[in-house]
Design a protein around this ligand. Structure first.
Ligand code: GLN
Length: 230
C-alpha cells in the first residue's frame, strides 16, 4: 500500500562534519565537497532519496546515526573494526593514509611519529588520527583534542601547537591554502565508507551498488577530478 509513509521510508537523512576539505566543507554557508557530491550521485542510483544534510561535529555523527537523527554518515569516515562493533559501512569509496602537519617554516623537524615526543600535538576528536596519537605516542606527547581540524590548523599557524595528525588528502589540502606544511606521511591503509546503522542491509546494499554504478559510469572519476584535480 503506497501511502505517504512508504515514501518517507525511502528518504535517508545524511549527516556530515564540515571543515574536512576537500571531502566536506561549508563555503559561504553552502555545504560542498567530494563526499557531498559522491553520496548524492550514489543515492541517485538507488530507490532512496536524500533528505536535507545535517551538519554536526565529527564526534557527534556516530551517536546521531545510532539514535536515528541521521540515517547515513558521509564524512570521510574510515571503516574500522572498532566502529563496526556498533555501526555498519558501505563498500569503501576512498583510500587514505595519515600525515603530520607542522607550521610552514617553523622549528618542528619531524620525519617519523617518534620525533613528535615531547611536543604539543593535536587531532580532531574521535578520529583515527587521534587514535594513532593515543596508541603510538600516549603520554609521550602533550595532546589536545579539537572539535574540528580547522581549529587545530589555526593553532598551528599561530605556532601555539607543534603538530597535527590528519588524513593525508586533507593535510595536503590545508597545506595548499594555509601556512602549514606536511612534515611526513605514514601508511595506514584506511578506507572510507558511508556509515549506516547495523541491520539496515537494504540501505547498505543499495549504497554499495550505487558506489559501483558511479565508478562504472565514470561519474566517480568526474567527482574526483572536480575536487582533487586528478
Ligand atoms: N578518516 C578519519 C576517521 O575516520 C577522519 C575523518 C574526519 O575527520 N572527518 O576518523
Amino acid at each position: 500500500d503506497a501511502g505517504a509513509g512508504d515514501e518517507d521510508d525511502n528518504v535517508i537523512v545524511p549527516g556530515t562534519a564540515p571543515g574536512f576539505e576537500p571531502f566536506q566543507m561549508n563555503v559561504d554557508g553552502e555545504l560542498v565537497g567530494f563526499d557531498i557530491d559522491l553520496l548524492e550521485a550514489v543515492v541517485a542510483e538507488t530507490d532512496y532519496e536524500l533528505g536535507d544534510w545535517e551538519e554536526l561535529e565529527f564526534d557527534s555523527l556516530q551517536p546521531a546515526l545510532e539514535n536515528g537523527n541521521i540515517d547515513v554518515i558521509a564524512a570521510a569516515m574510515t571503516i574500522t573494526e572498532e566502529r563496526q562493533e556498533s555501526i555498519a559501512f558501505s563498500e569503501p569509496y576512498y583510500s587514505a593514509d595519515q600525515s603530520v602537519l607542522v607550521q610552514t617554516g617553523g622549528d618542528v623537524q619531524a620525519e617519523e611519529l617518534e620525533d613528535l615526543e615531547g611536543l604539543e600535538v593535536g587531532a580532531q576528536s574521535g578520529t583515527t588520527g587521534e587514535g594513532i596519537v593515543d596508541e603510538e605516542l600516549g603520554d609521550a606527547v602533550d595532546y589536545t583534542s579539537y572539535d574540528n581540524y580547522v581549529l587545530a590548523v589555526e593553532e598551528l599557524e599561530r605556532g601555539t601547537l607543534d603538530a597535527i595528525v590528519i588524513d593525508e588528502p586533507v593535510g595536503d589540502s590545508f597545506a595548499g591554502d594555509r601556512d602549514v606544511e606536511v612534515a611526513f606521511t605514514f601508511e595506514t591503509g584506511e578506507e572510507y565508507g558511508f556509515a549506516i546503522r547495523q541491520g539496515e542491509e537494504e540501505i547498505q546494499d543499495a549504497l554499495s551498488e550505487g558506489i559501483e554504478a558511479v565508478e562504472e559510469s565514470g561519474e566517480y572519476d568526474e567527482i574526483t577530478q572536480e575536487w582533487f584535480g586528478e
